[in-house]
Design a protein around this ligand. Structure first.
Ligand SMILES: [Zn+2]
Length: 136
């Protein structure tokens, strides 16, 4: 059976708990061990994840939560379904980076409000209107 040991990453386990440093063993595509320091087996593939986030779980590859995440930071119900990673904006429809121009921002909010059937008010009160927001 193929065995892989992912070492030294910051584990985000999808439970909502804070990330923590852990090693993870994967055998046959299944996580079989999570611990602070797992000893490598002979001929086991080892991946050094030092400085990386390790988020085993489903990858939600198409959401429009880039507005919703500002007033629902837990992105419910995705985590409950096992999603640990979200990719936003891959259909060309995204809030980030939020435009500097108030007129363009308002137009973008109107578009999101229409397509997502969300009132404009949460967008106007919850979104960060700084260029730093694109980094978050
Ligand atoms: Zn889309």
């Amino acid at each position: 059976m193929n065995s892989c040991l992912i070492r030294g990453g910051m584990l985000i386990d999808g439970t909502g708990a804070a990330g923590y440093r852990a090693d993870i063993r994967v055998e046959g595509g299944v996580i079989t061990d999570i611990a602070a320091n797992i000893e490598a087996r002979d001929e086991e593939q080892i991946q050094d994840a030092t400085g990386c986030i390790v988020a085993p779980g489903f990858i939600e590859c198409h959401t429009h939560f880039d507005g919703t995440m500002w007033w629902e930071p837990e992105l419910k119900p995705l985590a409950g379904f096992g999603a640990t990673t979200v990719i936003m904006g891959n259909c060309g429809f995204s809030i980030a980076p939020l435009p500097e121009s108030p007129e363009v921002r308002d137009e973008l909010i109107k578009i999101f409000s229409f397509f997502e059937d969300i009132p404009e008010a949460p967008f106007k009160t919850c979104l960060l209107y700084t260029s730093d927001a694109a980094d978050e």
